[in-house]
Design a protein around this ligand. Structure first.
Ligand SMILES: *Cc1c(COP(=O)(O)O)cnc(C)c1O
Length: 374
C-alpha cells in the first residue's frame, strides 16, 4: 500500500524491529560491521562512514518524504550543498539565485569559484534572466523558494521548462518550504536539498543536511561517492534524533504555518511596519506562483521596519517572547536582524527583521511584536 505523507512521517523510524519487536528503531553506534574475508557484507554494512543502519533508515524516510528515489544524509545543510557543487567539474558553469542563504553564497564565492566552478548569481524571480545567462557549459541551476530571508518566490516549473530540454540540472534548496508544503521533484526538479537542522529536526538540537534525487543516475552515483569518500556524514545519534523529529513534523508544521499567518496579518496592520514579506499575503509579488506550487506558504515571516537599521535593531532588543537568535524551524520563535547576521557581504535590506514563527500561542507572539514596535 502506498502510504500518504502524514503516515510516512508518523512511522519514520517507528516500525517494529524484526529482532526484538521494539517500536522505535534501535540506534546503531557501531562504526564497523562483520563481513567475510572475500569482502562480502551479508548485512550490507561494512563501515559507518560509508553506511550505517540508522542513517540508511533516515535516508529511506527522507527519499519517501520528497517523493524521490534515493537520499543522502550529511552532517549539515552546508555539507549537503557542498556535495552538490562538488559533483560538478571545474570549468562547469552553474546559475545560482542571487537571493539565497548567505552561507551557500559565501561557500560558492570563497571555495567553489577558486576551485574552478563558474557561477552566475542571477535574479531568478524574473525568469527571462535565466535564459539570458545560460552558457554552453551550464550544468546546474540552484535556488531556494521561498528565499532566505527576503521570501521571494521562484517559479520552479518555469525553471524546469527552460532547463530540461538543455539537460541542465535543477536543484532546489527546499529548507524554507519544507517537504510538507512543496515537492520540487514533482514539479520536475532533479535534486532537493535540505538543512534538516531546521523544520525536520524541529527542536533546535541537531545539525544535519540531505540531498534527495529524482533519479538514480551517474550524477547521483557521484554524489554518493562524494558523501562516502569525503565523509561529511551525520553521527548515528543525530540520524536517530532526526527520525524522532520527523515523526511529529506534520502537525508541528501545520501549527507553525497557522501562527505565521496570524503574525503576518497582524504586522500588516502595524503602522511602524514598512512592508511584510510573506508569500501568503495577496499583496506579495510572488503570491500567485507560491499559491500554485506550494500547499501552503510556510512559517518564515520577514518584515521591513520604518526608519531604518537602528529602528529595526531597537525592535529586536525589546522582544521578550521571541529570542534574538539565528536558525529557524524550532518550537520557539526566533527573531534576528538579518543583515547583521549575514556580515559584510550581505545583500539583505538594513531594516529587515526575520522571524521564525514557533509553536507558542499566536496571541503572545503578536502582543510581543506590538509592544516592541511601539
Ligand atoms: C540553514 C540553511 C542552510 C544551511 O544549513 P546548515 O545545516 O546550517 O549547514 C542552507 N539553506 C537554507 C535555506 C538554510 O536556512
Amino acid at each position: 500500500m502506498e502510504k500518504k505523507f502524514d503516515t510516512i512521517c508518523a512511522h519514520a523510524g517507528a516500525e517494529a524491529d524484526a529482532l526484538t519487536g521494539a517500536i522505535t528503531a534501535p540506534l546503531y553506534f557501531s562504526t564497523t560491521f562483520q563481513y567475510t574475508p572475500t569482502g562480502d557484507a551479508p548485512t550490507g554494512n561494512i563501515y559507518s562512514r560509508e553506511g550505517n543502519p540508522t542513517r540508511h533508515l533516515l535516508e529511506k524516510v527522507l527519499a519517501d518524504m520528497e517523493f524521490g528515489l534515493a537520499a543522502a544524509a550529511f552532517s549539515s545543510g552546508s555539507a549537503a550543498a557542498q556535495a552538490a557543487f562538488m559533483s560538478m567539474t571545474p570549468g562547469d558553469h552553474i546559475i545560482v539565485n542571487n537571493r539565497i542563504y548567505s552561507g551557500v553564497r559565501n561557500m560558492l564565492t570563497d571555495i567553489f569559484i577558486p576551485w574552478g566552478l563558474e557561477v552566475s548569481f542571477v535574479d531568478l524571480t524574473q525568469i527571462q534572466n535565466l535564459e539570458n545567462n545560460i552558457q554552453p557549459n551550464t550544468r546546474m541551476v540552484w535556488t531556494e523558494s521561498p528565499t532566505n530571508p527576503e521570501m521571494t518566490i521562484v517559479d520552479i516549473k518555469a525553471v524546469v521548462s527552460i532547463c530540461k530540454p538543455r539537460k541542465i540540472m535543477v536543484a532546489i534548496d527546499n529548507t524554507f518550504a519544507t517537504p510538507l508544503l512543496q515537492h520540487p521533484l514533482t514539479l520536475g526538479a532533479d535534486l532537493v536539498m535540505h538543512s534538516t537542522t531546521k523544520y525536520l529536526g524541529g527542536h533546535s538540537d541537531l545539525t544535519g543536511g540531505a540531498l534527495i534525487t529524482a533519479e538514480v543516475n551517474d550524477w547521483w552515483k557521484k554524489i554518493i561517492h562524494i558523501q562516502k569518500v569525503l565523509g561529511a556524514v551525520p553521527a548515528p545519534f543525530d540520524c536517530w534524533l532526526l527520525l524522532r523529529g520527523i515523526r511529529s513534523f506534520v502537525p508541528r508544521m501545520q501549527l507553525h504555518v497557522n501562527n505565521a499567518k496570524k503574525v503576518a496579518a497582524y504586522l500588516q496592520t502595524n503602522n511602524m511596519v514598512e512592508k511584510v514579506l510573506y508569500p501568503g499575503l495577496s499583496t506579495h509579488s510572488g503570491h500567485a506562483v507560491a499559491a500554485a506550487q506550494m500547499e501552503d506558504f510556510g512559517a518564515m515571516v520577514s518584515f521591513l521596519v520604518k526608519n531604518g537599521k537602528q529602528a529595526a535593531i531597537a525592535v529586536i532588543k525589546k522582544l521578550r517572547v521571541f529570542t534574538n537568535a539565528t536558525s529557524l524551524g524550532g518550537t520557539e520563535s526566533l527573531a534576528e536582524h538579518r543583515q547583521s547576521a549575514e556580515g559584510p557581504n550581505s545583500t539583505t535590506p538594513e531594516n529587515l527583521i526575520r522571524l521564525s514563527i514557533g509553536l507558542e500561542n499566536a496571541d503572545d507572539l503578536i502582543e510581543d511584536l506590538k509592544q516592541a514596535l511601539e
